[in-house]
Write a new protein. Sequence first.
Length: 239
Amino acid sequence: MKIGVISDIHNNIIALDRVLDYFEENNCKYIICCGDIIGIGPHPEETVRRLMLLSNLICVRGNHEDYLSCTMDNMPFPAKMKPGEAMYHRWEHSMLSEESKSFLYQLPRERSITISGTHIYAVHYSIGSSNTYNTPEKNLTLCQCEHMFSNIDADVVLFGHSHKNSVHQNEKTLYINIGSLGCPSKSKNMARAGMLNLTEGKAVFENVELAYDVSAVINEIDRLNYPANNEVKQIFYGL
Ligand SMILES: [Fe+2]
Ligand SMILES: [Fe+2]
């Protein structure tokens, strides 16, 4: 059985469509998403709507879904967040329908599921003692994965947040950081995702990198001219 895995879509509906079509071609029975559906990119409502239509979606929230509380519940944005970034979040939240906001708001922080005898744990990133996500490591080692998820008993641990994909395995657990689907960074024109193949109680991971038209996304960022879009293009699209 194949399972499509994605993370950090970041409002990039063009890359998401490319990956979901690929999962359909490969008969993925489920799709697991590790959060950061919104944030950064140009198409919040379209991206959330596309995910909401999936009947086979298993999804957790990320820090960008947590920021919804800042506009929905009048909570303060994190103190370290730059004013332009907070302006961006206000803009993107204003683009979301009530239905989409409700969908994002009710997402759990973690999911543990057993599929074909394989115990899978999905989370945006490891959660620290203050109940916030730990600072993401760009170059994770197996030892760091074991430490980060030392309290998790699973065959497969799926996560994202750092936007850098990695795969590590010990005798018990496969640790997979899926990387970012929607932020190509300097590896231009590529949407990143993965597929888990579960056969006879064994999980095998396959990296998925699919070319798509990033310039169409940049054109949309320019057309919408939303807050902090120049920083977005520079930091997350490698321009
Ligand atoms: Fe992210
Ligand atoms: Fe994140």
